[in-house]
Design a protein around this ligand. Structure first.
Ligand code: FAD
Length: 387
């Protein structure tokens, strides 16, 4: 039974099958344990392969449900490959929203074909959840701009061809004083400083901008409109983070089921033990609920909603928290084997954690939902017949 069929069109089934077939053919069932440098190299290779296979097409088409299906299919097998998809979407989407024709021509097809690797360069050591506190500045220099500052926790740092960089252009104006810039790799003054090694393979690192000179046409969208552009981009991509979480959770559930059917203790299969059964029931219910929220949010966007802030926040926060619970339960059901390096649930256990933090931590998403509800006019009191 497909819990989310009501939110999908027939074409989504075809795309989902294409994505799943590519995953079966190209991604290893159990990824090798490897360090930062190989993750960096592998991400570049995967980007080219996925782009050549047409898997990034939903990004250019603005088809969020297909992007969710893609991330769900890929993340359960290779969280690293999923990060590659995420970053192509994060780099291309602001160009699609606000780019000039020339900027779109130069970058969208390069990103979507996998010829160019993208990076979304927002977070700073002193400005994480509080994006408006960023300190990187872009000051006018004749017709152009000069950027100075430090960014950290940047995916694809050191391998990206295009960096969408956010910087303060009107100091003191907070979120209304930030602008987005398109900065190609090789621009003097843009430097990959150092890798930041994550628990699971993910090309992450620090970028320093030191007197980085840009022409006037490097501005993406409106001067001082970068915060809004960044938030619009994250809104659109956020449900797909939930989809990636669902992909990881689905794999963990499948592995837990397989283990519970075959592993025997106390003279019976683990799956015969009532507490294990109940745990599996909870995992499956969590997964279906997460998928429903993810595809509801994506459907809202695909049917034309300009902003999907609340459904996206619900989808991302619930799905990533649920996936963490599901993967943890799968490790528990797998027992000691579940914490051995080389076991799929062990890899997922390390990979799933970051999803609750990046692109808006769970706590912040919950605040967004609560604030939106409190800003609505109070609902009328129920009439006596409704009580
Ligand atoms: C794997 C990974 C990839 C990333 N890739 C990128 C990237 O490509 N580009 C980029 O720009 N950034 C990226 N980031 C950075 C990411 O967006 C930030 O880590 C995230 O926004 C949180 O910022 P922070 O880490 O500074 O945590 P902080 O902002 O310091 O927050 C720490 C914790 O405090 C709590 N918290 C914060 N604010 C509130 C609040 N208002 N109310 C209640 N609780 C709160 C939350 O629990 C939060 O997790 C990545 C991070 C990771 C882990």
């Amino acid at each position: 039974m497909n819990a989310v069929a009501a939110f999908l069109e027939p074409a989504h089934g075809d795309f989902s099958e294409t994505a799943s077939a590519w995953v079966r053919e190209h991604l290893p069932a159990v990824p090798a344990a490897h360090g930062d440098e190989s993750a960096r190299l592998e991400a570049r290779v995967l980007c080219g392969r996925m782009g050549a296979a047409g898997l990034f097409a939903p990004i250019a088409a603005g088809d969020l449900r297909s992007l969710c299906l893609l991330r769900e299919a890929i993340a359960g097998v290779s969280p690293l490959a999923d990060a590659v998809v995420a970053l192509q979407a994060l780099a291309a989407t602001p160009v699609l929203i606000a780019g000039t024709d020339r900027q779109k021509q130069e970058w969208v097809s390069a990103l979507v074909s996998g010829r160019a690797v993208g990076a979304f360069v927002m977070t700073e050591p002193q400005a994480g959840s509080d994006v408006a506190a960023m300190q990187t500045t872009a000051t006018r220099d004749g017709d152009g701009w000069v950027i100075n500052g430090e960014k950290h926790l940047i995916s694809n740092a050191g391998i990206a061809d295009l960096h969408v960089v956010f910087a303060v252009t009107s100091p003191g104006k907070g979120s209304r004083g930030i602008t987005a810039f398109l900065v190609p790799a090789g621009t003097p003054g843009l430097n990959f400083d150092a890798p930041q090694v994550m628990a699971a393979p993910h090309p992450l690192g620090r970028i320093v901008l030191n007197g980085c000179r840009l022409p006037a046409d490097a501005v993406l969208g409106d001067v001082d409109g970068g915060f809004k552009l960044g938030m619009m981009t994250l809104d659109r991509i956020r449900p797909s983070v939930g989809a990636a979480a669902c992909g990881m959770a689905a794999t963990a559930l499948a592995d837990a089921l397989s283990h519970a059917r075959t592993r025997r203790q106390f003279g019976q299969a683990l799956g015969e033990l009532q507490l294990v059964r109940a745990r599996i029931g909870e995992m499956a219910t969590d997964l279906d609920a997460a998928r429903l929220l993810v595809y509801r949010a994506a459907w809202e966007k695909d049917r034309g909603a300009d902003r999907i802030t609340v459904p996206a926040a619900m989808a991302k926060s619930f799905a990533t928290e649920a996936a963490q619970r599901i993967v943890d339960a799968a490790v528990q059901i797998t027992g000691g084997l579940g914490v051995l390096v080389g076991t799929r649930v062990e890899y997922l256990y390390r990979a799933v954690r970051a999803l609750r933090i990046y692109e808006g931590a769970t706590d912040v998403q919950r605040l967004v939902i609560g604030a939106a509800l409190l800003a609505e006019p109070p609902a009328p009191a129920p009439s006596p017949s409704q009580t």
